[in-house]
Design a protein around this ligand. Structure first.
Ligand SMILES: Cc1ncc(COP(=O)(O)O)c(C=O)c1O
Length: 306
């Protein structure tokens, strides 16, 4: 396949059946492998949507500066897309997050401003990062990407729904953990456009049951359980919200890699734990779809893979 730019490598990811993980007498389980995106995460879909739509509207032009505060994955995706589109990207980051994320953004040519921390991620630190990003975004020639508010974020995941419908036809249930909720809701929009209205189940870590009980807590599943109501989550579209134990999720990551060759992050393991449970409940002849949100290569040497 010939491409004009590396942006063509975003999306059209494989849909793989996890037959070996299906419970006896249960539904089929299918997983979309989003780790195949250029920066190893489905965040590339939102980054290309946010930046190309802003350029189409004339809000952003080559040479301008994109600004965002980020713990890494979104920043890496924005840095990658900015590099391709001739935009500058400034990430407001912190040394509370992993240094490999800082290195990835820098590799794509981003300016990375590091807010000092005591090594922990606190509401005070996030507020400081946000204030600094807002200040920079207000300067001439700068554009705030707005990962928690821009409608272009949710729209970026619509193709994921189109792709799922094109690959599978009928889908009975979509199961996925939520951070901002954009990936889930954009996928639901894309499925609906293709005539598919599956039951939708949102997931969160048992250790931070904010959506199910109103109270969050510390947990170790990166990208989800953000500690506030996910800004893009439309609860009226959900059939249920379930919690999954993070340790079961991390065990599942290791099993997925060893038995299916699917190397994912913690949210991927969490998604599959719930998909198996729901496949049991749904029964035969039905189809559950879930998502491998990012590649586990980013987590090697961490607590999941050791
Ligand atoms: C690894 C991982 N999984 C899941 C999510 C949740 O995606 P969303 O914010 O679209 O709900 C994120 C988002 O940061 C992520 O990085």
């Amino acid at each position: 396949m010939k491409s004009e730019t590396a942006l063509d490598a975003i999306g059209k990811t494989p849909m793989v059946r996890l037959a070996g993980f299906e419970p006896p007498g249960g539904a089929e389980i299918w997983i979309k492998l989003e780790g195949g995106n250029p920066t190893g995460s489905y965040k590339d879909r939102m980054a290309v949507s946010v930046l190309t739509r802003a350029m189409e509207r004339g809000d952003l032009k080559p040479g301008d500066r994109v600004v965002e505060y980020t713990g890494g994955s979104t920043g890496t995706a924005l840095a990658f897309v900015s590099a391709v589109l001739g935009l500058r990207f400034t990430a407001v980051f912190s040394d509370a997050f992993s240094d490999s994320k800082r290195q990835a953004m820098a590799a794509f040519g981003a300016e990375v401003l590091v807010e000092p921390s005591d090594g922990t991620i606190t509401p005070e630190l996030i507020q400081r990062m946000k204030t600094r990003a807002y200040g920079l975004a207000g300067e001439p020639g700068s554009y705030y990407a707005d990962q928690f508010g821009s409608p272009d974020v949710r729209a970026g995941y619509v193709p994921m729904g189109h792709e799922i419908a094109a690959d599978l036809g009928h889908v009975d249930m979509l199961v996925a953990a939520v951070g901002t909720g954009a990936a889930m809701m954009g996928t639901v929009d894309g499925l609906a456009a293709a005539g598919q209205t599956p039951d939708v189940i949102a997931l969160e870590p048992l250790q931070s049951p904010l959506l199910t009980t109103g109270t969050g807590g510390p947990h170790k599943v990166e990208g989800i359980g953000v500690g506030f109501e996910p800004p893009f989550l439309d609860r009226s579209r959900l059939c249920d919200i379930r919690t999954v134990d993070q340790d079961a999720a991390f065990d599942m990551c290791r099993r997925l890699a060893a038995e299916a060759g699917v190397l994912g992050g913690g949210s991927t393991g969490l998604n599959v734990v719930a998909a198996i449970e729901l496949a049991k409940e749904l029964g035969p002849g039905k189809r559950v779809v879930t998502i491998a949100c990012d590649t586990g290569a980013k987590y090697l040497g961490g607590h999941i893979y050791g």
